[in-house]
Ligand binder design. Structure first.
Ligand SMILES: Cc1cc2nc3c(=O)[nH]c(=O)nc-3n(C[C@H](O)[C@H](O)[C@H](O)COP(=O)(O)OP(=O)(O)OC[C@H]3O[C@@H](n4cnc5c(N)ncnc54)[C@H](O)[C@@H]3O)c2cc1C
Length: 356
């Protein structure tokens, strides 16, 4: 692999312009294929081995799929690896994604993968990425099925939700237990809602519970006795018509795979159709092993403009970087990361004469 010169320095504003249409017009002419201008040939990969990619994307959820599309259209040679399952695999439908509202998660992925087939420079494999090593420009990416090289790596691996230790929680997750009212609130409007708040959620209890009243009149906050709710917050909940239940929770009662009630330690049952909860999350082992810096909440720290992590040449987009988790937000982040990677990589290759 040829030595890679450093990318020409750009200011923050420069990055932004370069990654938008104005910049594309400047960068694109340098992107012609060294073998000609056939659309199926990409500029940077023609002289490289079959196992060598401009960008390897780890994770085929909304972030990785969107990034693949943008990089494919920018004529980069891309490998997207997905091991499944995606975070929302338990959900029946994806909501709040304009043009895809109500689409089952598998169908969402199939549509995206089908659209990527138009770009022969994008390869999608259902395979796990085991490890990533090496320097920026020459990463060694070990897959379950072999080893490939990559000039850049984009992590789109999502987060792992740790199921709460209540009987029934895992089975009902995605069906009657949800993280986000924007995703599933409409379908559950005017029903009986619970909010299962953990001690770690105490600061969000009030905004979340009051917000829930916008979807339904019937809201109960369950603390399981895990923390004290200040008197002032109790008064606000009462004024808003939100009930507070502080007893320990024994289990979740289901019928026909749907939540029916939350059973308290004493045996009393609080009827409930939908339960909202924010279980703890963790990064996958690969991300932890790579040593990218994490913030205090465990999300990958990135440069907000370039989306580069603390490891040079490794970028991140989607749920693994933020608690603001939604499919369309992850897709947007993937597109941003792709544009930034593309600008940097193309400038680097063009300025070293590598584009021919
Ligand atoms: C139950 C539930 C319902 C939801 N409903 C909605 C909704 O209706 N609307 C909405 O906007 N949002 C919803 N969300 C949130 C949404 O699913 C996420 O915000 C979104 O999927 C994040 O996209 P992502 O690409 O960052 O990660 P993910 O979609 O989680 O994709 C990450 C992918 O990386 C893969 N991966 C991980 N490690 C490796 C590896 N080593 N090698 C290869 N691949 C790997 C995983 O298998 C996975 O496929 C829901 C979430 C949950 C939990």
């Amino acid at each position: 692999m040829a030595n890679e010169p450093g990318a020409p320095r750009l200011t923050r504003r420069g990055w932004l312009y370069a990654a938008t249409a104005l910049g594309a017009a400047v960068v694109a002419p340098g992107c012609r294929s060294v073998r000609g201008n056939k659309p199926e040939q990409d500029a940077t990969s023609a002289r490289r081995s079959n196992m060598s990619y401009d960008v390897v994307i780890v994770g085929g959820g909304p972030a990785g799929l969107s990034a693949s599309l943008a990089l494919g259209r920018a004529r980069k040679r891309v490998l997207i690896c997905d091991a499944g399952p995606r975070r929302n695999a338990a959900a029946e439908r994806v909501h709040n994604f304009v043009t895809r509202d109500g689409t089952p998660p598998d169908e969402f992925r199939q549509i995206a993968r089908k659209q990527l087939e138009r770009y022969p420079n994008v390869e999608a494999r259902d395979v796990r990425v085991e490890s990533i090593s090496g320097p920026r420009g020459a990463f060694r990416v070990e897959l379950a099925s072999g080893v490939v090289e990559a000039r850049r790596v984009l992590l789109c691996t999502g987060m792992i939700d740790e199921m709460l230790p209540f009987d029934g929680f895992r089975e009902l997750w995605g069906r009657s237990i949800f993280q986000c009212p924007y995703c599933h609130g409409w379908e559950m409007r005017d029903r009986r809602w619970g909010y299962l708040a953990r001690a770690a959620d105490s600061a969000h209890l009030l905004p979340f519970a009051l917000q829930a009243r916008g979807w339904t009149r019937d809201v109960v906050v369950f603390t399981g006795g895990a923390f004290e709710v200040p008197a002032e917050s109790r008064a606000t909940l009462e004024t808003a018509g939100v009930r507070l239940e502080t007893s320990a929770i024994a289990r979740l009662v289901a019928r026909d795979e749907r939540l029916e009630a939350v059973e308290l330690a004493g045996g009393a049952r609080v009827p409930c159709d939908a339960l909202f909860a924010h279980p703890p999350q963790r990064q996958i082992d690969l991300v932890r092993a790579m040593g990218v810096a994490l913030d205090g909440d465990g999300y990958v720290q990135i440069d907000p403009m370039k989306r580069e992590t603390s490891v040079p040449g490794v970028y991140a987009a989607g749920d693994l970087t933020t608690r603001m988790q939604a499919a369309i937000a992850a897709a947007t982040a993937g597109t941003q990361a792709a544009a930034m990677i593309n600008v940097e990589l193309t400038m680097e290759l063009a300025s070293s004469g590598a584009l021919g």
